[in-house]
Design a protein. Structure first.
Length: 203
């Protein structure tokens, strides 16, 4: 897939604020500060289309972007950031869960982990939830530039086994070197093609 056009559509906290379109949608989820927003910037090749920060808790709303006027990317707020107040955390979880459960055009998720860290309960339970709702997801291990090639392969083996995933469904990525960018875009393209086939059959 070649990306030639990206527009920021809007931010939302609840379903009646989501954009009223049914373009195939891909959401980016993961722990706070893991690099979700940076990954979207790398995929769309805009250094700062999506706001990023070295401080966790940067993205606090659900942000919708329209790619090539036909594909929607959604940057989700991160979970598991201990320093935000209980009140803020209590609004995040339903915000993301409502989105995942209530967005009919959501095709799949990019579940992002820091390649150096083991998945924790949040990632494992999100993966189980996606599985039980038949929502496809791709596991992407980011910040790979922090490790050597050998260390990367060791982490792929450990994390894919922990998450009970085929190794070839776990992608190594770096926003810094763009490693893995084309693979992620290819996977997204396959998902979108599958979505249009399905839609074509029911429309
Ligand atoms: N070395 C390295 N740093 C990265 C990479 N991806 C992101 N970062 C850095 O990690 C920090 C967090 O990146 P963000 O993209 O803002 O993370 P996020 O997951 O969107 O964070 P929240 O919006 O707070 O949930 C920033 O300082 C980025 O520069 C990467 O692949 N390699
Ligand atoms: Mg962010």
């Amino acid at each position: 897939m070649k990306i030639h056009d990206v527009q920021f559509i809007k931010s939302a906290v609840k379903p009646d604020q989501y954009p009223d379109y049914d373009f195939a949608e891909i959401a980016f989820a993961g722990r706070s500060n893991v690099g979700k927003s940076s990954m979207i910037n790398t995929l769309i090749q805009r250094r700062d289309m999506v706001k990023t920060s070295s401080k966790p808790g940067c993205t606090q709303l659900i942000n919708f972007f329209l790619v090539n006027e036909s594909l929607s990317f959604v940057d989700l707020p991160g979970y598991g950031y201990a320093k935000v107040s209980k009140k803020v955390r209590a609004t995040w979880q339903p915000m993301v869960e409502n989105y995942l459960a209530g967005r009919p055009n959501l095709l799949g998720l990019i579940l992002i982990l820091d390649i150096r860290r083991d998945p924790r309960e949040e990632e494992l339970s999100l993966a189980r939830w996606l599985g039980s709702h038949n929502l496809p997801y791709l596991v992407v291990l980011t910040k790979a530039d922090k490790l050597s090639k050998t260390q990367q392969q060791k982490r792929v083996a450990a994390i894919s086994s922990r998450m009970d995933r085929d190794r070839d469904k776990v992608i190594v990525f770096s926003a810094k070197t763009r490693l893995g960018r084309d693979t992620i875009l290819d996977e997204i393209t396959s998902l979108v093609e599958w979505y249009h086939t399905q839609k074509g059959e029911t429309d």
